[in-house]
Unconditional design. Structure first.
Length: 209
């Protein structure tokens, strides 16, 4: 008799209207059964009893709870995993950005490869090995080595344009030696080689003292 009364009590606790309200509250509370039961005014025991007796109610509650759990997982911020870069081992590179800057600076000032390497505090072998691995760097250095010559040509041209006589004479002597060179060349007959005759010397040895 007591069991019948308990069962009747559970059935009365969940009317169709209360079921719909329970579903709604269960969603609002993120699938939390205890909070939904408390707000609707029923005990957890009544919920469990109705859950076990009414398959449709149980399935609907399970779907809501599963949906809420998935929603929490979806909205959960992703963990940002930062992988620590493996520490590099071995000999540190000699060709640092500062070293490369000094080499280029040296070539731009007209240094030879030897002097540029001394200026950058590296060996010539290190420089040539780096050039083999980095062809673009090698080409840049070759271009920089030509800069001082280009600058000197610009200076000469400027002096010529300004009417500098000494620069003009100097330039003409080097560009047109046959016409402007001050050096007098002595040649042989018809411009040939100079032949020098060395006289013969006869030495006679005698026994006289």
């Amino acid at each position: 008799m007591a069991n019948m009364k308990e069962a009747t009590k559970h059935l009365l606790a969940f009317t169709p209207e209360k079921e719909e309200l329970f579903y709604k509250l269960l969603e609002e509370h993120g699938g939390h059964i205890g909070k939904a039961c408390k707000e609707i005014g029923i005990s957890k025991g009544s919920y469990k009893n109705h859950y076990g007796r009414n398959a449709s109610f149980g399935n609907r509650c399970n779907k809501i709870i599963t949906k809420m759990k998935l929603s929490k997982v979806k909205n959960k911020p992703a963990k940002i995993i930062i992988k620590k870069e493996a520490e590099k081992t071995g000999r540190p590179t000699i060709m640092t950005p500062e070293t490369i800057r000094k080499i280029k600076e040296g070539f731009a000032q007209g240094f030879s490869v030897r002097n540029a390497c001394i200026w950058a505090d590296i060996s010539q072998d290190t420089y040539f090995q780096y050039c083999k691995k980095h062809p673009n760097f090698s080409e840049q250095c070759k271009s920089l080595q030509k800069k001082p010559l280009i600058k000197s040509i610009l200076v000469i041209n400027k002096a010529l344009n300004e009417g500098d006589v000494s620069t003009a004479k100097w330039y003409a002597e080097r560009k047109a030696k046959d016409e402007f060179s001050l050096r007098n060349e002595i040649t042989g007959e018809d411009g040939g080689e100079i032949k020098i005759k060395i006289p013969e010397i006869n030495v006679i040895f005698t026994d006289e003292k």
